[in-house]
Design a binder for this molecule. Structure first.
Ligand code: SF4
Length: 62
């Protein structure tokens, strides 16, 4: 399993991660959040890590 976390302090709400990964969404606070924080495979969450301009997303093996 992998844990998906997004640093709210770093996230600027640009939406780039949401465009590449349907596990991520922009919420009312204007920041990206994972729909599922624990996933079986990194899949598109990993692409989101690479695309985020402020390195706010982390995908770590649990
Ligand atoms: S790509 Fe990064 S900065 Fe942009 S919304 Fe996603 S987490 Fe936030």
């Amino acid at each position: 399993m992998f844990k998906v976390t997004i640093d709210k302090e770093k996230c600027i709400g640009c939406g780039a991660c949401v465009a590449v990964c349907d596990n991520l969404e922009i919420k009312d606070d204007g920041k990206a959040h994972p729909k599922k924080t624990e996933v079986e495979k990194p899949d598109c969450n990993k692409e989101a890590v690479d695309i985020c301009p402020v390195q706010a997303i982390e995908v770590k093996e649990m």
